[in-house]
Ligand binder design. Structure first.
Ligand code: SF4
Length: 309
């Protein structure tokens, strides 16, 4: 009998994209200049405790020409490595936080690039309303569209502790509203090892996402970036971070509870070493992913093993 490979134990995004588009797809990480209501004072001026405040001052929507240059440069680099298909990912801050007309003219820049096959938009659950969902649904005629929602945890006490400025209900309402458009794919961002959260609380988040049959999940461990509120708390010993082994086990246990069809878009994070305070093991991303895959194999378990619909 053939031993199932690591990919068989969870639904890896790269495999999903290859099957869906007939070859590898590279994400273009795009910064269109969007701000965030949890930074500019609309929700709060302080931001989430883990959020790096650098780069917020004077943020304004960039010009279409500047965005085009970002896209063209990254496509060229990808093509030099033999990649033919791309996903435009509006990544930093809150990429639905602007008037709908501005959003349309920003997203429309991708239409000049036939190599782009998919669109991903990262945002907060409280910045998604009927008009923005209708706009994103327009793009599903020509692209696969992913709406990425920063959730982190379904526990309101944790969200308050993080100063997220939204609650779990905002997330559930955003998902419910987005389900009006079945072709829109949803991805939840989750952080493991949040202050005060137990494994059982994290598994409750996993079960909630499983019940929603969320199409995608991105994980990373809580990590500390220089200059953040979290960095001050860490210095004062107010925060304990997961060890690498604990993180591996928590991701594996989370995966067991998820819907088997959920695509796992990310298993850990990248942080430039000059900004990373802790944990140092974050910078060994490939090794951490290999350990998660080994954990699944050693436990003879897989994504969705404990999923109950
Ligand atoms: S919602 Fe995102 S961009 Fe806004 S403060 Fe929190 S982490 Fe930063």
């Amino acid at each position: 009998m053939t031993e199932p490979g690591p990919a068989a134990r969870y639904r890896r995004f790269s495999d999903y994209l290859k099957t869906r588009f007939g070859g590898p797809v590279r994400k273009l990480s795009l910064d269109a200049g969007f701000s965030c209501p949890n930074r500019d004072g609309r929700v709060s001026g302080d931001g989430c405790v883990f959020c790096d405040p650098r780069g917020f001052t004077g943020r304004a929507l960039g010009t279409p020409a500047a965005l085009e240059a970002q896209i063209a440069g990254q496509i060229q680099k990808g093509q030099e490595r033999g990649i033919a298909r791309f996903m435009a990912y509006f990544q930093p801050y809150t990429n639905t936080y602007a008037p709908v007309d501005s959003l349309r003219s920003t997203y429309d820049v991708i239409r000049a690039f036939p190599e782009i096959k998919a669109l991903a938009v990262g945002t907060r659950p409280d910045c998604v309303d009927a008009d923005r969902l209708a706009l994103l649904a327009e793009y599903t005629r020509d692209y696969e569209v992913w709406l990425e929602l920063g959730l982190q945890s379904i526990h309101d006490e944790t969200l308050r502790r993080l100063n997220r400025g939204h609650d779990a209900r905002d997330f559930f309402l955003a998902v419910e509203a987005a389900r009006r458009y079945p072709e829109l794919r949803l991805c939840a961002h989750v952080i493991l090892g949040l202050p005060g959260e137990t494994l059982e609380q994290e598994l409750a988040t996993a079960r909630a996402l499983g019940a929603l049959r969320i199409e995608g999940v991105k994980f990373h461990p809580l990590y500390v970036v220089a200059g953040t509120v979290l960095a001050e708390e860490y210095e004062q010993n107010l925060v304990t971070l997961l060890s690498r082994g604990e993180y591996v086990q928590r991701v594996g246990s989370f995966l067991e509870q998820l819907w088997p069809e959920t695509v796992i878009q990310r298993l850990s994070a990248d942080c430039p070493p000059e900004f990373l305070v802790a944990p140092t093991w974050l910078s060994e991303k490939s090794a951490v992913i290999a350990e998660i895959e080994a954990w699944l194999k050693n436990q003879d378990t897989r994504q969705g093993k404990k999923y109950f619909s």
